[in-house]
Design a protein around this ligand. Structure first.
Ligand code: HEM
Length: 480
């Protein structure tokens, strides 16, 4: 068999046995350092996953002593997330996220995760979150009202600010205007180092060193904790002074403050202050970056696809006329939802997921030992031409009910799946739909010519240098 430096086991040798274990084909060498440099140095692990895609259904490589398997087949992903979910835990990389998120829903496992999920889930039930629709539209209308025709801006940064405001209002019933720039900066400082920190062995120890980068990370994390702790503290003080009942404010924080673990199998106890801080910080960070990026990519795609943009405008004009959208409009904003779905197919804000094998397990034709890390990437799988012909093309028609019914469940999974499916999915849909409808009703955003827009996979998939647009007013001022 002809071999290249890195590509040694090809599809001709579909799986490779090691005693009772069967791995997919892949890289023979330990993921070599030059590969690390070639693919990771520019900060783009997607290039590595794209490279491994050539092995077909799945690919195998090793990092030091660990086996790593990349799965590309929807049915294999379903086995991991649903059929055999109990044989998998959060992978070590995500556990490392504890240096940022503590023991919140994203990083915890087993009983801790189940307790957290039982307590937090009711606050995210569809009926519960619907009360936030009006606040979302208000904040989006504020942005729309502040734009001037012909203005140029980085729409990625603008969406980040808006999503942060929405999260602050709905989660904490607070304005974070003064702190937005700072919180954004802290998260950016963390993101710069993050991919390296989670990939490095013993990163926890590294974090304690006085290296300038580590000091910056520690400062940023301490500041984020302080912001969240201050909000929780202020709420406790209000309750203690009998200014408000625990759940009176109606925001997510008050629901979490009042919640007890009294679901089936629960212990009846409330969250401790530390649990509350970690859960709230997790929701805070998981909640705004993702939605902001989904919206930013959507504006880029609309700017590149005038026909889809015109259809979106036609729907908004027909359903809303000149009034602002409400929750009740959502079922009729079908094309708006299709645009967002297709945008999250091409640019999934959560671009990859991982699990660690907890006990020897069979997945498809493979037999994987305990300790194997298993990855799958929304970015890769959602560009598979079997389910999405001409995958690079933006085409919201892929998300009609009929088209969706013809695909396997995990051909498209921007919100994950199974017991750990995104808890904020309904919230994210409501927010993204109402924001897009409110802004696109009045504005077109024309892409500034000559810019290079590049996806950068950090924790979420961000546009590397932002997306520069110029505002074009579609309609005269609304008559609200
Ligand atoms: C477009 C927006 C969003 C996308 C694409 C997204 C994507 C995801 C994905 C793929 C997962 C599963 C991760 C895994 O299983 O490893 C997840 C989990 C999670 N998401 Fe989201 N998310 C979004 C918005 C939100 C919002 C708005 C919130 C909260 C306000 C949120 C909170 C969470 C939490 C807490 C988890 C962990 C759930 C668990 O493990 O039990 N997300 N999200």
């Amino acid at each position: 068999m002809e071999t290249t430096e890195i590509e040694t086991r090809r599809a001709a040798n579909p799986s490779v046995g090691r005693g009772r274990y069967v791995f997919p084909p892949g890289l023979r060498l330990n993921l070599p350092f030059y590969l690390f440099h070639r693919f990771f140095k520019p900060g783009n692990p997607i290039l590595l996953f794209e490279h491994l895609r050539r092995f077909g259904r799945a690919a195998h490589y090793r990092i030091l002593w660990s086996h790593v398997v990349l799965l590309n087949e929807p049915d294999d992903i379903r086995e991991v997330l649903i059929d055999k979910a109990s044989s998998f835990g959060k992978d070590r990389t995500q556990k490392r996220m504890k240096i940022l998120l503590g023991e919140g829903l994203i990083t915890s496992d087993g009983a801790t995760h189940r307790r957290g999920r039982r307590i937090v889930a009711p606050a995210f039930h569809r009926q519960r979150i619907q009360r936030y629709a009006g606040q979302i539209v208000d904040l989006a209308a504020g942005v729309s009202g502040a734009w001037r025709p012909g203005e140029t801006m980085d729409i990625a940064a603008e969406m980040m600010r808006l999503a942060l405001q929405i999260t602050a209002r709905t989660l904490f019933d607070t304005e974070v205007t003064a702190e937005i720039r700072e919180i954004n900066e802290q998260v950016n400082a963390i993101m710069d180092l993050y991919n390296y920190l989670v990939a490095l062995p013993r990163a926890e120890l590294l974090l304690k060193t006085p290296l300038p980068g580590m000091r910056r990370f520690r400062r940023a994390k301490a500041r984020l904790d302080a912001v969240v702790e201050a909000m929780i503290g202020a709420r406790h003080a209000e309750v203690a002074a009998h200014l408000a009942a625990e759940d009176e404010r109606g925001d997510l924080l008050s629901l979490l403050l009042a919640a007890r673990d009294d679901g089936a199998g629960g212990d009846g106890l409330k969250l401790t202050d530390e649990e509350l801080r970690d859960q709230v910080l997790t929701l805070f960070l998981a909640g705004y970056e993702t939605v902001a990026n989904a919206l930013a990519w959507t504006w880029m795609l609309l700017g590149q696809n005038p026909a889809a943009e015109a259809r979106l405008h036609a729907e908004l004009d027909a359903v809303l006329g000149r009034r602002l959208p409400t929750l009740e409009d959502m079922p009729r904003l079908e094309y708006t939802a299709m645009v967002l779905s297709e945008s999250m197919r091409l640019y999934p804000p959560a671009w990859a997921m991982g699990r660690e094998v907890l006990e020897d397990v069979r997945i498809g034709p493979y037999a994987l030992p305990k300790g194997t890390m298993v990855f799958f990437s929304q970015y890769i799988v959602q560009r598979d031409a079997r389910w999405f012909p001409e995958p690079e093309r933006f085409d919201p028609e892929r998300f009609t009910a009929e088209a969706k019914a013809g695909r396997p469940r995990f051909a498209y999974f921007p919100f994950g799946g199974g017991g750990r499916q995104c808890i904020g999915e309904s919230f994210a849909w409501m927010e993204a739909t109402l924001v897009l409808a409110t802004l696109a009703q009045r504005w077109r955003l024309a892409l500034e010519p000559g810019q290079r827009i590049e996806p950068q996979p950090k924790i979420t998939l961000r546009p590397k240098s932002g997306i520069r647009v110029r505002t074009v007013e579609r309609t005269a001022r609304h008559m609200q």
